[in-house]
Structures are given as structure tokens and as C-alpha cells.
Write a protein that binds this ligand. Structure first.
Ligand code: GAR
Length: 215
């Protein structure tokens, strides 16, 4: 892992991370795999899903990671749902939250509370192609370069200061599935690098800008 130190990080130096998922959890699996390296600056303390049938839950359990289900349908409104998520994060001593295919929108309050400490991956070169079906949007726009973005979460959907991006070429004959699979491979490389940069304190949110921290 680039950016890791040569010696194992002390437990106190490893930031405690929760990964929030709604489904497959392949980005979650990439983060879990990266954090198996003792020099990685983050440890995965919790995987939280809003859906009991999220396939990623079994992957997390198999890796020995605590899992929690907070079903949004059980709460009267978004604030009550978020309060329960907040309790789970606090109970596990979480310092950084990684959204990984988490398909719920947070209130501005929750996003502000985790400002600079909540990351998201989106499968496009933001600000292009926000929202649903970004690969179909890229193909329809005739884009030659597509990709993925890891960004700090702010109240607006798929917005927020960019931590890292990876470009992926659109190839002749690509359809939504083939392009999406190529972008997903890039996400699996990019997200662990971006989390490492934030967890190690090499990158931080300063106001509305991402700042590289001098060593
Ligand atoms: C990923 O491609 C992620 O970038 C996307 O959902 C997929 C989840 O896959 N997220 C968004 O579109 C957020 N706006 P995964 O569950 O296998 O990681």
C-alpha cells in the first residue's frame, strides 16, 4: 500500500473506520482487504447496512468484522434513522465513515457532524454524471474518459471536495456493464488509497478545499 509506513502502525495510530453499505459491498471488501495490512493507517471497526439482505454483510462477518443493520424503514424520519446510526458509530468508537454503495441520503445535519470525516466513492469523474446510472450517462454523453471519484461528503448528493480520482477509458463497443466493471476495478484501487491518505493525516478538509498536509 503506497503511503504505508515500514513498521506496523500502533493500534492508537490506526483510525477506526465504519463502512456503510446497502448491497454487494465490493468496495467494502477492498477496504477490508487493505486494512489487513498492519501498516495500513485504518482499521475497520464496523460495517453498517440499512438493508438486512445486503450481500456485503456476509463478507464482513466472514472477515470477523462487527456488523449492524439499521433499517431505514423502521424509523419515522431521516433524523431518527441517523440518530440510530450515530449511536452505532459511537458504540464502536468510529472516527471516520466510508460510504460504499450506501444508497440513502443524509440530512445536512448529519453530513455536517461528520464533515471532513466522511468519505464517499462515486463511479464517475465528478462533477460529471452525478446520481443514478453514471455509466449510462457517460455513454449517452459520448465521453471518451470516465472513471471514479472519492470525495468528502457534504450535504449535496455526489458533491464535496475531491480527495482522489482515477480515469478509465471508454472503449469502442462498451456497454453499461462492461464500462461499469472497468470503473469498479479502479474504485477498488482508489478507495483504499484515498482512505489511507485521510486516515494517516496526509490529506484533510480545510474549509471547502482538500489540503495536502506537509510532513
Ligand atoms: C459502486 O460502484 C459505488 O461507486 C456506487 O455504488 C456501487 C456500489 O458497489 N455508489 C454510488 O453510485 C453512490 N452515488 P459495491 O456495493 O460493490 O461497492
Amino acid at each position: 500500500m503506497s503511503g504505508g509506513t515500514a513498521r506496523p502502525a500502533d493500534p492508537g495510530e490506526r483510525r477506526r473506520v465504519a463502512i456503510l453499505i446497502s448491497g454487494r459491498g465490493s468496495n467494502m471488501a477492498a477496504l477490508i482487504e487493505a486494512a489487513r495490512d498492519p501498516t495500513y493507517p485504518a482499521t475497520i471497526a464496523l460495517v453498517l447496512s440499512n438493508r438486512a439482505d445486503a450481500a456485503g454483510l456476509a463478507t464482513a462477518e466472514a472477515a470477523g468484522i462487527a456488523t449492524v443493520i439499521v433499517d431505514h424503514r423502521a424509523y419515522r424520519d431521516r433524523s431518527a434513522f441517523e440518530a440510530e446510526i450515530g449511536r452505532a458509530l459511537d458504540a464502536h468508537g468510529v472516527e471516520i465513515v466510508c460510504l460504499a454503495g450506501f444508497m440513502r441520503i443524509f440530512t445536512a445535519d448529519f453530513a455536517e457532524r461528520w464533515r471532513g470525516r466522511m468519505l464517499n466513492v462515486h463511479p464517475s469523474l465528478l462533477p460529471a454524471f452525478k446520481g443514478l446510472r453514471p455509466h449510462a450517462q457517460a455513454l449517452a454523453a459520448g465521453a471518451e474518459l470516465h472513471g471514479c471519484t472519492v470525495h468528502f461528503v457534504v450535504p449535496d448528493l455526489d458533491s464535496g471536495p475531491t480527495i482522489a480520482q482515477a480515469g478509465v477509458p471508454v472503449l469502442p463497443g462498451d456497454d453499461e456493464a462492461s464500462l461499469g466493471a472497468r470503473v469498479l476495478e479502479a474504485e477498488h484501487r482508489l478507495y483504499p488509497e484515498a482512505l489511507a491518505a485521510v486516515a494517516a493525516g496526509r490529506v484533510r478538509l480545510a474549509g471547502s478545499a482538500v489540503e495536502q498536509v506537509p510532513r
